[in-house]
Design a protein around this ligand. Structure first.
Ligand SMILES: [Zn+2]
Ligand SMILES: [Zn+2]
Length: 260
């Protein structure tokens, strides 16, 4: 069993240590960089801010980035940023993943290190994609309650967050793209000017059961007007997604203007 080049501990992760009834279990946690150095996932990601700039191994200093094959590699003008990867071999509980490009996640981690207030917003986006209505409601309640000196987003900023690393999509874009109808209705409830009478009865009952107040949103803050970096509103994404999202769009509820 090798050890981590950063912390010198064995390349395993202890799980279920919170549960006193069970024996502590260890699972592999071995991220092998292209240079051959091994790290715990977290130990390498702790270095994300430096790594994303230097693209060098924090232990041996070797260059880690490789040009990826594909159309961009054939075009030297595009190869500089888009066609770069850090290809690792990652062994964890789930098995071995070879040629695993960690650069996107390293970039995201570096971004979050520099913008810690965006962390809840990233969590919110994952919940929008996965259809986790309960999680979103809880997160927004926490945002309302939170105090302290840490910089943080207001509830509305959180709901309207657009991910600079994810094509500037909003939570609504993601929910539409992943056909998460419940999340779409929830976001329309809390961040649009859509008249309450337009919401289907089960949706209204659900939000009332969860105790979600409907804030009054000026039309300038309507989440439906947000555009991703390709200029698309959530309505435009719904048209491309098709199926039940296109059907929802046909009723006009995603149109970012006065409902008719
Ligand atoms: Zn380590
Ligand atoms: Zn190395």
């Amino acid at each position: 069993m090798g050890t981590c080049s950063a912390c010198r501990e064995p390349l395993v992760l202890q799980v279920n240590d919170g549960d006193e009834d069970e024996e502590p279990q260890v699972v592999p946690d071995d991220l092998e960089a292209p240079c051959g150095c091994h790290f715990h996932w977290q130990c390498l990601f702790d270095q994300a801010s430096e790594l994303v700039i230097s693209l060098r191994c924090p232990s041996c200093g070797a260059e880690l980035a490789t040009s990826t094959s594909g159309p961009s590699a054939a075009n030297p003008l595009l190869a500089s940023s888009a066609g770069v990867a850090i290809l690792t071999t990652y062994t964890n509980e789930g098995g071995i993943q070879e040629h695993y490009d960690i650069l996107p996640e390293i970039t995201e981690e570096a971004y979050l290190d520099a913008n810690p207030e965006a962390r809840p917003a990233r969590a919110y986006h994952v919940m929008c994609s996965e259809g986790d209505v309960g999680g979103i409601v809880e997160l927004l309640r926490d945002a309302e309650r939170a105090d302290g000196d840490e910089p943080r987003l207001s509830t509305l900023q959180l709901v309207r967050y657009q991910d600079p690393l994810g094509g500037s999509k909003s939570g609504l874009h993601l929910a539409v793209e992943r056909r998460q109808t419940d999340v779409v209705w929830l976001l329309l409830w809390i961040a649009s000017t859509l008249p309450a009478g337009v919401f289907p009865d089960p949706v209204r009952q659900a939000v009332e059961t969860m105790g979600i107040q409907r804030p009054s949103i000026p039309s300038s803050d309507d989440i439906r007007a947000l555009r991703d970096n390709r200029g698309r509103t959530a309505e435009a994404v719904a048209a491309q997604t098709g199926g039940r999202m296109a059907a929802m769009m046909d009723t006009g509820v995603l149109y970012p203007g006065p409902y008719e």
